[in-house]
Write a protein that binds this ligand. Structure first.
Ligand code: NDP
Length: 395
């Protein structure tokens, strides 16, 4: 049995903590640490009432490597699950190296002053983790995460060669607010307002944001408008899925959401850089975040489903095939179980599945890994029972 330190007590942190507590044969002592300790305490109280399990809590500013290293020294976990924000990734990786524990996250490191969505900073830790004999598992959420594993599973079990991958992400749910983001608003808006980008025949092709759309029929949700975006898992999948010719990522948005976003952009409210507000420097997107609903609070009235998968085309035994591997998750079911909505749920469950793979030694190795570099079969066998059943359709 393994002790775990979770850093970050937002929507995803709530799901991770509940899911760790649901598996006492793998996970022993759970410590939840975050910048605001009261958030940890309310999650711990819910876990105690639902599962009878005590979760230790701690206050930590994970931007401070020395303090984070001291916390890890005190807790002595087998690994750290980082579900704080992407800005903390490198600091928490440094703290893991200082203290000799394994690392897992769900989002790539982001510099604060520019939206990049690139792995280069974390891949640069390869040698240090390798030398220390430690494992860092990157992007063990849904997308990235489960989508990478779907691609690896298709490569291993369903196709001889893969030509194209389209990752399609639909949140068909309704939270009842005119405008809100399903995870951290700053990270979410940075992701959506950057240029669209996809990869074809060895080249990255950039297009204006939200300039390409297709209507896709999502299982259990129906037809929705899906827009081409750049998403971080494309960067590692082009390296690890052999013979790939084209890969794109699509996300659905309703007209109401897009209209709000366009207005916010046009008036400058999505700017990352600081503007002078009567002598006080203010980042408009950070200010906007203060005004928008906290994603962790959306769960209560959320209805509907997420439907996310990989549409993969290629050949098997000389025949051309197209398969859609996907999961559907229900917001109300997720909320009842974990107190969080399905976007947090679909992120937290793969994080805990990845942690189980590492704690049990099913996935092991020294260095920095993206999900598709590891054997997909044990992960796929485990995650259905853990809350995210998956299916394969011929398309
Ligand atoms: P939230 O904003 O709800 O939660 C983030 C938490 O991190 C908050 O509790 C916050 O604390 C804490 N935090 C922020 N800065 C620090 C710090 N310096 N030290 C310690 N704690 C800190 O985000 P989510 O739970 O929605 O998302 C968590 C992560 O999951 C993000 O990195 C996000 O990008 C990723 N994600 C990945 C997805 C995937 O599919 N791969 C999908 C969705 C999210 P406080 O509130 O007290 O300030």
């Amino acid at each position: 049995m393994s002790d775990i330190l979770v850093i970050g007590a937002g929507g995803v942190g709530a799901v991770v903590t509940h899911k760790l507590a649901e598996d006492p044969s793998t996970f022993d002592k759970i410590t939840l640490a975050s910048r605001t300790v009261s958030k940890c305490e309310s999650i711990a109280a819910r876990v105690k009432s639902m599962h009878g399990k005590t979760v230790d809590t701690a206050e930590i500013d994970a931007d401070n490597v020395a303090a984070t290293s001291a916390l890890i020294e005190r807790v002595k976990p087998k690994m750290v699950i980082n579900v704080a924000l992407p800005y903390q990734d490198l600091n928490i990786m440094d703290a893991c190296l200082n203290t000799g524990v394994h690392y897992l996250d769900t989002a790539n490191y982001e510099p604060r002053d520019e939206a990049k969505f690139e792995y280069k900073w974390q891949w640069a830790y390869q040698e240090r983790f390798e030398k220390a004999g430690l494992m860092a598992l990157l992007g063990s959420g849904f997308d990235p995460g489960m989508t990478n594993v779907f691609c690896a599973y298709a490569q291993k079990n369903l196709f001889d060669t893969i030509d194209t991958i389209d990752i399609l992400d639909c949140n068909g749910g309704d939270h009842g607010h005119p405008f809100a983001t399903n995870f951290n608003p700053e990270i979410n808006i940075r992701e959506i307002t950057q240029k669209g980008k996809y990869w074809e025949e060895g080249k990255w092709i950039e297009i204006p944001a939200m300039s390409e759309m297709q209507v896709f029929d999502f299982p259990e949700v129906g037809e929705r408008d899906a827009y081409l975006l750049y998403h971080e898992e494309l960067e590692s999948l082009v390296l690890n899925i052999k013979g790939l010719k084209k890969i794109r990522f699509w996300m659905t948005f309703g007209q109401e959401y897009l209209t709000h976003l366009r207005v916010l952009q046009n008036v400058g409210m999505t700017r990352i850089d600081e503007v002078d507000y009567f002598g006080t420097p203010v980042s408009p997107i950070k200010f906007l975040q203060k005004l928008l609903p906290d994603p962790a609070s959306l769960g209560k009235n959320y209805k509907g489903k997420t439907s996310i998968g990989c549409l993969i085309a290629g050949e098997k035994d000389g025949k051309k095939l197209r398969k859609f591997i996907y999961n559907v998750a229900d917001h109300e079911v997720a909320y009842k179980e974990t107190g969080a909505q399905a976007v947090s749920y679909t992120t937290g469950v793969p994080a805990v599945t990845g942690a189980r793979m590492m704690c049990k030694g099913i996935w092991s190795g020294a260095g920095v890994f993206n999900m598709e570099q590891l054997d997909p079969d044990p992960f796929m066998n485990d995650i259905g029972q853990r809350g995210l059943p998956w299916h394969v359709q011929d398309r």
